[in-house]
Design a protein. Sequence first.
Length: 279
Amino acid sequence: MNLAAVEATWGQDRDARKHANEALAMPTRHSSWSAAMFEWTLGMIELTAGRSAEAADRLFRLTTPGRADISPALALEAMPDAIEAGIRAGRPQQAAQRLEYFRTGVVAVPTRTRQALLARCEALLGVRDPDEAFGEALAATAALSPLQRARTQLLYGEWLRRERRRTDARGHLRAALELFRTLGAVPWAERAEAELRATGQTARKRDVSAVDQLTPQELQIAGLVAEGLTNKEIAAQLFLSPRTVDYHLRKVFTKLGITSRTELIRDGLPSSAPPDRHN
């Protein structure tokens, strides 16, 4: 089991908690790595379902510094989730302890992904200006997986709403909702939708039939624009000229009934069903 496989279960498989518990209970001897991965998965399923106390219990056990039976590398990767669970469970002191451990690991191996997640954790704990820290995390869009990007948008939107900055919150919450829907991460999407309602706005029902009118290339370009890429970046990625990208994008705007890339980035693409995970 690798990190991508673990993340793929979060919010996707409603039976994942049962499967992971059954796997842990099997008499077969597990490696410490596998057992830790199962524990991480269970902790994330609890967090996804809103059972913050249970999530914190599991993820704090997994990320206790100095545990001989847990890989330090795996504990470090799980640290941002443990910190979020601790904050949601009302255990900021334990979360702060793990932030220091995580910061040390990021300084030692400063990947863009870890730096973005560290900024998000600093925002959650309020050790930096949240607007600045969340902004730094979101600026590293390309370094984060789609699920992590959506979770960052959700956390920022939640913070903005609590600060009574409802208008600012809505854009981030809509972005999170659309990305969760695209990923088929139903529990996360439900949380984002509830937060959006709390700002006084309901999620718009998207016209799925409009997306069906897009050609495969138009759909691909629209998806990259929705992720925040520029026409030049899209052209380089798809081996097209910027002029060709602009031509297709104008057709996308017409078919979707929008007038700018800002609307596409803000609202995302409507999705009739979650993508097929087996393809």
